[in-house]
Design a protein around this ligand. Sequence first.
Ligand SMILES: Nc1ncnc2c1ncn2[C@@H]1O[C@H](COP(=O)(O)OP(=O)(O)OP(=O)(O)O)[C@@H](O)[C@H]1O
Length: 261
Amino acid sequence: MSILEIKNLSIEFGGLKAVDDFNLSLEEGEIIAIIGPNGAGKTTIFNMLTGIYAPTKGSIELNGESLLGLKPYQFAQKGIARTFQNIRLFAASTVIDNVKMAYTHQCKESFFECIFRTPKMVEEERKIDERAMDLLKAFDLESKADILAKNLPYGAQRRLEIVRALMLEPKILLLDEPVAGMITTELDDMAKMVRELRDKLGLTVILIEHHMNFVMPIADRIKVLNFGETIAEGSADEVQNNPDVIAAYLGGGYKNVITNA
Ligand SMILES: Nc1ncnc2c1ncn2[C@@H]1O[C@H](COP(=O)(O)OP(=O)(O)OP(=O)(O)O)[C@@H](O)[C@H]1O
């Protein structure tokens, strides 16, 4: 059975069909990319998959359970975590605090246990520290744990966003333009890290990205949107050679994005 089953997902804003009949059946451990021109509906799909927007039509099932009607924090509790197109860190907090804050929803300790710092509470804190440091290490941020998030270089801030999402212990990770603004060497590092996440943690990933040098080698499957509609789906080779995709996206104003990435 697929881990995530999305059927006929659609949303309208006024008369605008931002997403029209989007379908996706996702297997555990897959890396799927959603690509397409600006305004195609990619982020809107993420917003529906995290409870920010309620779809006009369609269904979202995680391991056979419908997620429709849940609030964003409930989507996170069920196992869908995301990063955003624009970096959203607590700039004046340290790197490690940014990461640990994400775990608070999982804490079961009572007010009493927190105030009196019971052995259970201390043990829980130790586990959170350990998990946070393990993740920072996996994303090459271990040595930056104690500096303020705002003082990290741009690429490191993007990696920190991913670490923070992973503290939620998700089954599915949604990455919205994870390499936007990064230089070529950083793209390669990020691709390696995302692949390791899948291989070591069995994580399932859906990503949105305009950098085709990042997307093509990493994605098991690619879905291409244009004006809210899915115009193609397949492997990197299939999608790159699809005339509709070339006309709508790859061959147009986005050529520079690809060759300069
Ligand atoms: N809350 C909203 N109200 C009205 N229109 C919206 C809203 N959210 C998105 N849209 C519209 O839906 C369409 C799809 O937008 P979306 O942000 O999903 O595109 P995108 O593919 O992610 O683009 P980009 O690559 O620029 O991020 C656009 O026409 C956008 O203006």
